[in-house]
Design a protein around this ligand. Structure first.
Ligand code: GTP
Ligand code: MG
Length: 210
């Protein structure tokens, strides 16, 4: 699959204000500052598409990006889908009421958005399993929302430590999950994991009822 066009469409404060649910949608979520916007930019090969920041809490709304792709370079048959950048969880500097608002917005989005095919949950590959991430994936499980794991920032640590952290996360999930989700290790800096992510999205796009 080749992305031929990727552009910012709109930011929405709630699911009811999102664009028409007329094409497949893939959303990126995870802890604040984990690298969601960077992974979206890596996928689209455009560093300026989604706003990234050193300080956590940059992304506040439901951000839609319109993507056009073709199966093979030169094809004329475009396929259109959405990528969605969501605000992160676990940002310390928010009030209780802001956090409640975030939870409501995210729950509504995840449970009501009919065209949402897959949620990519981002996990920082530099750390051992964090309760906040495990709680979040368990919540997705309770809501029966399909997700895959994307381990981020793999360039920041040795491959050995990254592999160890990935294994520990999957082991922690095994305690409550019978089947483990697909996972991919990424580095937005090194463009690592891009082909695998695109392959996963491409396969899901193909499997959708026409
Ligand atoms: P919020 O929207 O604030 O929740 O953050 P986010 O999850 O969208 O993270 P963002 O993409 O803005 O990245 C946060 C910081 O981490 C930025 O300074 C990025 O440049 C850096 N970063 C993200 N991905 C990578 C990566 O793969 N490698 C390295 N070295 N830095 C990364
Ligand atoms: Mg962001």
């Amino acid at each position: 699959m080749h992305i031929t066009k990727a552009s910012y469409l709109v930011s929405s404060p709630e699911v009811d204000k999102c664009p028409a649910a007329d094409r497949p949608e893939y959303a990126f979520i995870g802890r604040s500052n984990v690298g969601k916007s960077s992974v979206i930019n890596m996928i689209c090969r455009n560093q300026k598409l989604a706003k990234t920041s050193r300080s956590p809490g940059k992304t506040q709304m439901i951000n839609h990006f319109e993507i056009s792709s073709v199966s093979r370079e030169g094809d004329k048959d475009f396929f259109k889908w959405y990528l969605v950048d969501l605000p992160g969880y676990g940002f310390a500097k928010v009030s209780q009421s802001q956090r409640k608002q975030w939870e409501k917005m995210i729950e509504n989005y995840l449970r009501k958005r009919e065209n949402l095919v897959m949620v990519f949950v981002l996990v920082d590959s530099r750390h051992e399993p964090q309760k906040i991430d495990l709680d979040f994936v368990n919540q997705l499980g309770e809501w029966q929302i399909p997700f895959s794991l994307v381990f981020t920032k793999a360039d920041k640590e040795t491959q050995r430590l990254v592999s160890k952290n990935v294994k520990s996360f999957l082991d922690a999930m095994r305690q409550t999950w019978q089947f483990l989700p697909a996972h991919v290790v990424t580095s937005a800096v090194k463009m690592q994991g891009r082909d695998k992510l695109l392959g996963m999205i491409s396969d899901m796009n193909k499997d959708l009822p026409k």
